[in-house]
Design a protein around this ligand. Structure first.
Ligand code: AMP
Length: 272
């Protein structure tokens, strides 16, 4: 990878980079298509990063299909797919991590301790290997996007971080590699996440700006669907991720819900 990247830079080429955990869907492809437009070379990594999974999470069972992924990447003009092995990314004796002091103490960071430390660390490592000018991340993982932006700024990484809007199934469910875990009944319940975001947007459009009442209504709506257990429903400042009481400026509504044994997330901006 280093040799490839050095050759590109020697020839004055630019690199757009899309880090992923593979098992591609249209969400991943949207990032790649956007990356294709922004540089002469498009590099995608596939790495199921062990350090961002908790001990009871789905690291082992995370879906993988490298041949299919490579064919899909090829179809949207990816030049290079980087698939490092876990023991190459984390050699024996590895002990350096990237930790943010504030942004992980909200939303998913609260229910997934250490998750964003793993994410920030692996993204920093991948950035150092791939040396891109531009890197693309999905707004689906909104907190991740904000954290990567902050890290790039704080650590003087000369990389433009681009956010790409959430890609959804025709009925509205946000695309996710983890959707493959869902049974037909759970798949129906999973739609509650998107429907609850729409409900909240309607309420705000009608002039309701009290975050607590929005959160209560969204939580009750999701809870009325089979096999759901809400992890969190939060209305936060889109930059700091601090909770807001009143939606008097664009605010992020973020939800995380267990549907059976699968944890799903979704979000939208609520604009008064
Ligand atoms: P993952 O493979 O799940 O780690 O995701 C790799 C990248 O794709 C991350 O930047 C995600 O935010 C992004 N992504 C995943 N699902 C979607 C989606 N439905 N829409 C837009 N981006 C997505």
């Amino acid at each position: 990878m280093r040799q490839e990247v050095d050759d590109i830079h020697r020839q004055g080429g630019t690199i757009a980079f899309v880090p992923t955990m593979g098992f591609f869907h249209e969400g991943h492809l949207a990032l790649m298509r956007e990356g294709r437009k922004r540089a002469d070379n498009l590099i995608v990594s596939i790495f199921v990063n062990p350090t961002q999974f908790g001990p009871s999470e789905d690291f082992k069972s995370y879906p993988r299909d490298l041949d299919r992924d490579i064919a899909m990447a090829h179809s949207v003009g990816v030049d290079c797919v980087f698939t490092p092995a876990a023991d190459a990314m984390y050699e024996e004796g590895h002990q350096t991590y990237v930790d943010l002091t504030g942004l992980p103490n909200h939303l998913c960071g609260l229910s997934r301790p250490g998750h964003f430390r793993g994410v920030a660390t692996v993204v920093a490592k991948l950035f150092h290997i791939v040396k891109p000018q531009v890197a693309l991340f999905g707004e689906k993982d909104y907190q991740q996007l904000v954290i990567v932006r902050r890290m790039a700024q704080d650590l003087n990484m000369d990389i433009t971080i681009v956010g790409v809007p959430i890609v959804r199934e025709p009925d509205g469910l946000a695309m996710s590699s983890r959707n493959t875990y869902l049974t037909p009944e759970q798949r129906r319940s999973a739609l509650a996440l998107y429907e609850s975001l729409k409900l909240a947007r309607e309420r705000v459009a009608r002039g309701i700006t009290d975050a607590t009442s929005i959160i209560e209504e969204v939580t009750a709506f999701i809870g009325s669907h089979a096999q759901t257990k809400t992890d969190y429903v939060a209305v936060v400042d889109p930059q700091t991720l601090e909770a807001v009481d009143r939606i008097d400026s664009p605010s992020l509504l973020a939800v995380a819900v267990w549907v059976g044994k699968t944890r799903l997330i979704d979000n939208t901006i609520l604009s008064p």
